[in-house]
Every structure is written in C-alpha cells, then in structure tokens.
Write a protein that binds this ligand. Structure first.
Ligand SMILES: [Zn+2]
Length: 142
C-alpha cells in the first residue's frame, strides 16, 4: 500500500459523511479508504483487510437499488426526452439503445451506491457502527 492516499482514518459515527460516502463510492473502506469494501460484486467484506474495521454491521438493504434506479431513471429518461425532442430517432434506436444503456448504468452504479450507503451508515454510526448495541435492544427481538 502507498500510505493513506485518501486522508485520515475516520472513526465510526464521526459525522464526516462526505468523506465516508466518497470512499464508499470508490468501493473502499469508509474508515481508512485503503482496503476494499467488497469481496464480490455486492458482498461487503466482513472486515477491512487494510485496517481491520468491521463492516458487517451495515444494513444497506434496498437503499442502493433505490438510489441507482433514481439516478439511472433521471439520466435515461432525460436522454430519451432530449433525443426525441431534438433528433426524433427511429424506433429501433429507442428499443435498442435505452434498455442497453439502462442495464449497463444500473450494473455499473449499484456497487458504488452500496459502498456509499455503507459509508454513510458508518459515518453516522448507524446499525452497530460506532456505539455498542444496548442490552435492551436484544430484548426487542424476543
Ligand atoms: Zn479500512
């Protein structure tokens, strides 16, 4: 490793969400910015291989797909509108380009979006990042 290239190490719950989200967008550990956050396409590593920060606390759930759909929908929808209003392309163009672009963008953005959500949860100390789970929390599940 070439040192801490993205900056200082963040503590869980530090509130520096911009830095943690940017590290997550780069699919890096939100704590150190060095280690990889994912062991496969959407599987978050249990712990960072560079700094040892546990990452299994995250509860990204459906938020990354929601953000991805929002961004891709805005981009592709705007592209469809602008192309139709200014160029009036053939139907085959719409039927081939936009679905393919939607698929490629969604697959390209899903992992960074999940990393960003994990980074946000880390920076805000959510879901076990930062503070220990209170004892009363264990009673709620029974
Ligand atoms: Zn790390």
């Amino acid at each position: 490793m070439s040192g801490n290239r993205i900056g200082k190490t963040l503590a869980a719950g530090s509130g520096d969400w911009k830095r943690a989200v940017m590290r997550g967008l780069g699919c890096r550990c939100p704590a150190c910015g060095e280690g990889r956050a994912f062991s496969s396409y959407l599987k978050v590593r249990p712990a960072c291989d560079a700094c040892g920060q546990e990452l299994h606390h995250h509860r990204a759930d459906d938020f990354p797909p929601y953000l991805t759909i929002f961004v891709v929908g805005k981009f592709v929808g705007t592209g469809i509108y602008i192309s139709e209003m200014h160029y009036e392309p053939a139907l085959w163009f719409h039927m081939s380009v936009w679905p393919l672009l939607t698929l490629v963008l969604a697959l390209a953005l899903l992992q960074p979006m999940k990393g960003a959500v994990v980074g946000l949860q880390y920076a805000l100390g959510m879901h076990g990042f930062g503070a220990p789970v209170p004892a009363s929390r264990n009673d709620e599940n029974e």
